[in-house]
Design a protein around this ligand. Structure first.
Ligand code: ADP
Ligand code: MG
Length: 679
């Protein structure tokens, strides 16, 4: 088998399962091999039921006490059964596995392994694996890969397919030149791919990961080097004059720009009038007020007779920005439009026409902006908001919609400067490091789950005082439908725990964009008091009346991401609070979370994240999501990033055509990072 072959060549993958694999983006053998586990199951020892704590994996040996029961909720079939060991009982729950009913017999002992979760205040085991004594003995101490799944595709099916592919494919052709491998002490691609799926132990897993992370950074740096070469100091077609309207807007704002906002705006304005194409990154912590800089820059562009576009990562944020822009630009004579994926085909066609005919000056949109059908008449400025949610390629796709427009990139992830220079090497950087005046710093609290009842009391008081609350449920099982179920369950439980007048709603990734928008609008309009959500609300949402952010299982998130979540509160004049709930009070977890307790400074937190997360910490912790790396995490893998940068800079001076001829396999790897046109 060759790595480019279709996965249909793999034993056991038929027409039906092929479709499921395709859904996960896996079409070829190579894509299958590069579909890395999202985490590993490490099989520990049998523990007493009493040792279970919320959010943690546990293995217990228990006896079935009552006949299992099957209930149906939406499209989920839920099996529940009660088990007991010597002194405690616990309920086990399985989703969409009704056959479990027949497998279980009263009075028999089973070894169950699953994650403990809380439901209505009681702990239950989620989707536990049922193991025989022999299976348990064979698995103890091993690491088993766990993959992100899609409905209908089992983890085991992926394991089998990967094993087959590893055995039957020739993987000896390594695209990383041997001299680089030996200089940076990297294992071969074949070894790495095999070990990332089936590591013998932790060390092997770390070595494999290091090689694959190196690859990601290396190709990213090579691609970036090319961008830098093509863009550096390019002459601009859009030389802009001073903007009267922008000045008026600045003067009529209900607040004064901070000094940091002022200098970011000055730098932006000067870039756009300089005669060179602007390539600028605005980096500022959540809530530092980046949006207004985008508004001013787009207004200046429009007044100069050009079009401007701003791309944001979610529909909810696009709708919110659209509203903000309309409000701020009312009466200016500038026409603003919205383009998002959830609009009907007819609505979209209408907007496409308005964009093409220059009936719109400023367009706010999601990824829908980089669709083929979007054509601008004279695109002078492109802005990407929350850049850390986009890839370089997406940013470039928007740029390529115009002919060398100015580019403004905004990111809320405070990256230590040393890393920012590497990652955003081709951009000039403005930093907004001052918060608007009158903000009270968010008060923080790290709490164990036994504090939950008190937290609810506090939430009740805040609602009585007229404020609003976010509660974040983590994704526990790696499946969107179960995640949705968790959020719904949690909201149900909250209905019972909070006084009846409190309006509770929930939000999760499986909802349709229009539904999500409606909920967010209702929350923004204070028709909802408490919003239970997954991390879909993480990005950019602005509801200044929200004063409490409570994060369940906060130990499962990276510090940078927790800081982003916390940034949803503390946006108005009232005192805000962030409650980090954790089911795990080990020293490492507490040390990590205490960083958030003691600081509200995103740059400091990023530095600490860098220090506290060693190469072995990647099990079960969410990635920070910076840029679009598959495995690599800029905080955790900062040292590998430096090495990859060093390796890539040897190639930077080399002509890319020559490089691709000399290292032909490199070219294939580079393509996904670039826009084709440049190679
Ligand atoms: P972010 O940098 O996270 O994108 P936003 O642009 O959404 O932040 O701004 C957060 C809030 O702060 C908004 O409600 C905005 O109107 C307000 N704001 C922005 N700049 C200032 C300022 N200089 N003084 C007071 N409030 C401001
Ligand atoms: Mg923002």
């Amino acid at each position: 088998m060759k790595i480019n072959d279709s996965i249909r060549n793999i034993k056991g993958i038929g027409k039906k399962s092929e479709k499921l694999f395709n859904k996960l983006g896996i079409n070829t053998v190579e894509e299958l091999l590069c579909f890395y586990p999202s985490e590993y199951d490490i099989f520990g020892k049998i523990e007493p039921v009493a040792a279970a704590s919320e959010g943690n994996m546990i293995i217990v040996e228990v006896c079935l006490k009552e006949r299992p029961r099957l209930t149906v909720s939406g499209n989920l079939k839920i099996t529940r059964a009660c088990f007991k060991d010597t002194d405690r009982s616990i309920i086990a729950v399985w989703f969409n596995m009704p056959f479990i009913m027949k497998m279980l017999h009263m009075g028999t002992y089973y070894i169950l392994r699953g994650r403990a979760a809380s439901r209505n205040g009681f702990l239950e085991l989620r989707q536990p694996k049922i193991l025989s004594r022999q299976e348990y003995a064979a698995l103890t101490g091993t690491m088993q890969p766990k993959y992100h799944l899609t409905a209908g595709l089992a983890n085991n099916t992926i394991i089998k397919a990967v094993s087959f592919a590893l055995k039957e494919t020739d993987l000896s052709d390594d695209f990383l030149p041997a001299d680089i491998r030996s200089e940076f002490n990297l294992i071969t691609w074949r070894e790495a791919i095999s070990a990332i799926h089936f590591p013998k132990d932790r060390d092997e897993c770390i070595q494999a990961r290091r090689r694959l992370v190196f690859d990601e950074f290396f190709f990213f740096m090579l691609a970036l080097g090319q961008l830098k070469n093509t863009k550096h100091l390019m002459a601009s077609r859009y030389i802009m004059k001073k903007s009267q309207k922008a000045m008026e807007l600045e003067n009529t704002l209900p607040y004064k720009l901070t000094t940091a906002q002022k200098s970011a705006w000055n730098e932006t304005r000067q870039d756009m009038s300089s005669g060179k194409v602007m390539n600028r990154l605005i980096q500022g912590d959540v809530g530092s007020g980046k949006t207004i800089i985008a508004v001013l820059a787009l207004l200046m562009t429009a007044e100069n007779g050009y079009q401007g576009a701003i791309m944001v990562p979610t529909e909810v944020l696009a709708a919110q920005h659209y509203e903000t822009f309309c409000e701020l630009l009312a009466g200016s004579g500038i026409k603003t439009g919205l383009l998002s994926g959830s609009m009907t085909a007819a609505q979209k066609r209408n907007v496409y026409a308005q964009i093409k005919n220059h009936e719109l000056d400023i367009i706010i949109g999601t990824h829908a902006l980089i669709q083929e059908k979007v054509e601008f008449s004279c695109l002078g400025l492109v802005v990407t908001d929350e850049q850390h949610r986009f890839g370089v390629k997406q940013r470039e796709s928007l740029y390529l919609k115009g002919s060398e427009p100015h580019m403004l990139v905004m990111s809320a992830t405070p990256i230590p400067r040393t890393l920012a220079i590497i990652l955003y090497g081709e951009l000039d950087i403005s930093v907004i490091d001052v918060m608007p005046e009158g903000r009270l710093p968010v008060k923080n609290c790290v709490a164990g789950t036994n504090y939950r009842a008190q937290a609810y009391k506090f939430i009740d008081q805040q609602v009585l005082a007229g404020h609003q609350i976010y509660i974040i449920c983590p994704m526990v099982d790696g499946s969107e439908s179960i995640e949705a179920e968790d959020v719904i369950n949690y909201a149900d439980m909250l209905h019972q725990s909070l006084p009846s007048g409190i309006r509770i709603a929930y939000l999760h990734g499986k909802m349709r964009p229009a539904q999500k928008n409606e909920i967010m609008e209702n929350f923004a309009g204070h028709k909802i008091d408490v919003l239970v959500s997954t991390t879909v609300i993480e990005v950019g949402i602005n509801v200044p009346n929200a004063t409490v952010m409570m994060i369940e299982n906060s130990e499962r998130f990276g510090l940078a991401q927790l800081h982003q979540l916390r940034g949803r509160v503390g946006r108005g004049s009232a005192q805000s609070y962030c409650i980090f709930m954790t089911g795990n009070n080990s020293k490492e977890v507490m040390d990590r979370l205490s960083v958030l307790e003691s600081s509200n400074d995103g740059f400091y937190i990023a530095e600490q994240d860098l220090k506290l997360r060693g190469p072995g910490d990647f099990f079960g912790i969410r990635q920070s999501g910076e840029l679009d790396f598959k495995l690599a995490d800029i905080y955790q893998d900062a040292s590998v990033l430096m090495e990859a940068k060093k390796a890539a800079s040897c190639f930077e001076t080399m002509d890319i055509q020559l490089m691709c001829r000399k290292y032909s396999r490199l070219k294939d790897k580079l393509l996904p990072y670039m826009d084709g046109t440049q190679l």
